[in-house]
Design a protein around this ligand. Structure first.
Ligand SMILES: [Zn+2]
Length: 360
């Protein structure tokens, strides 16, 4: 087995240094079971003076990050610089049937816990992760996620910057979202300290998403100089100012092709086909029970509910009334209730504000 090197860090996170690839379990699921809890795996690089961080399994139902990290560790490849891989929601991921729980019942969403108070289990874990990330100058941080609807792989950044866009493009050239939301996520909290991005690799059950994660991780760990040795692709689609659309508390919802009178709101089972597409105003998203209260809450960075600007109810149908682009629409009722239904994006070439329209 691996022999963790003693460090004066909290035992909330186990530390493993340079695991022997031959000792790693034969499946990603078994690998997580053997980790047994939140773990920092440090792989020493050719240049020991520099350090990059990879976060996987922030959410227990998002397997692409841990599967790709496990595959890369099994390859035994030596990275260009020191790499720490934080494998976080191991408890939720290993709870049967496996990769089924975003977090364990009764716990908070870990990626909402990176701001005080740090007084519960996931708050304490988030504080320890922050402490470890800040203990040493870090060149760049990637936080790998999946979602549950049909989406291309895309990146989310919290400050405009060519360095951040280049990090996204290690994984995908499709889309990048500049977010000004403050929901307690890791990448928001470290935005002024570290060049950091979140990557949504694609659907959690799509093996292609795991391949996106692995290819991106290999580029992230092998690239000598993330600034000089990477090209900027200007064809990427850019969005900003997301609005997070949630279901009103207590609303009952299902996804179906026709209205179900036993639920307050029936959403079309194929609404995730709309992700990253501009919709015609009037597009029907679902059906609401007559007399049911307004079903949605939509908050931007200013925390004002603007749901009535982007949706309407007409003839007991929920319709779309905006030129904003929906992303991350889910068709999973648990995700829709626990996290959100979707984000609405503003199309804006914020890169042009940095570089001018013609200069790559
Ligand atoms: Zn996630």
């Amino acid at each position: 087995m691996w022999s963790p090197k003693g460090e004066s860090l909290s035992e909330l996170v186990t530390t493993i240094v340079d695991p022997d690839p031959a000792s790693l379990a034969g499946t990603a699921e078994q690998f997580l079971i053997e980790l047994g809890g939140p773990t920092e795996i440090l792989v020493t690089g050719r240049d020991r003076s520099r350090w990059r961080v990879l976060i996987v399994l922030m959410h227990g139902n998002e397997p692409s990050g841990p599967i790709a990290a496990w595959r890369w560790l099994r390859s035994g490849a030596r990275p260009a610089v020191d790499i720490s891989i934080f494998v976080l929601a191991v408890d939720a991921a290993t709870e049967p049937p496996g990769f089924a729980h975003r977090m364990l019942p009764g716990k908070r969403d870990l990626n909402r816990c990176f701001v005080p108070p740090f007084d519960d289990d996931n708050g304490k874990l988030a504080r320890e992760v922050l402490r470890r990330i800040r203990r040493r100058p870090c060149e760049a941080l990637i936080d790998i996620h999946n979602n549950t609807g049909l989406n291309p792989a895309y990146g989310i950044i919290n400050r405009p910057g060519l360095d951040r866009l280049k990090l996204v493009e290690l994984f995908t050239n499709s889309c990048c979202i500049l977010s000004d939301l403050n929901i307690g996520a890791l990448t928001e909290v470290i935005v002024d300290d570290i060049s950091s991005v979140a990557i949504e690799c694609g659907h959690s059950r799509d093996p292609a998403a795991h391949d996106v994660a692995l290819a991106g991780i290999e580029r992230f760990v092998n690239t000598q100089d993330l600034e000089l040795d990477t090209e900027l692709n200007r064809d990427i689609s850019l969005f900003d100012h997301p609005i997070r659309v949630r279901l009103r508390n207590g609303l009952t919802v299902r996804f179906s092709d026709q209205p179900d009178p036993t639920y307050d709101l029936t959403l079309r089972a194929d609404i995730d086909n709309h992700n990253f597409h501009t919709l015609d105003p009037g597009t029907v998203l679902g059906w609401i029970q007559p007399g049911c209260a307004w079903p949605l809450v939509a908050l931007g960075a200013d925390q004002k509910d603007v749901s009535h600007l982007h949706f309407a109810i007409s003839d007991d149908k929920l319709i779309f009334t905006t030129d904003r682009v929906p992303v991350m629409m889910t068709t999973d009722p648990i995700v829709a209730r626990q996290d959100c239904l979707c984000y609405l994006m503003h199309v804006h070439d914020w890169l042009a504000d940095l570089t001018g329209p013609d200069t790559p």
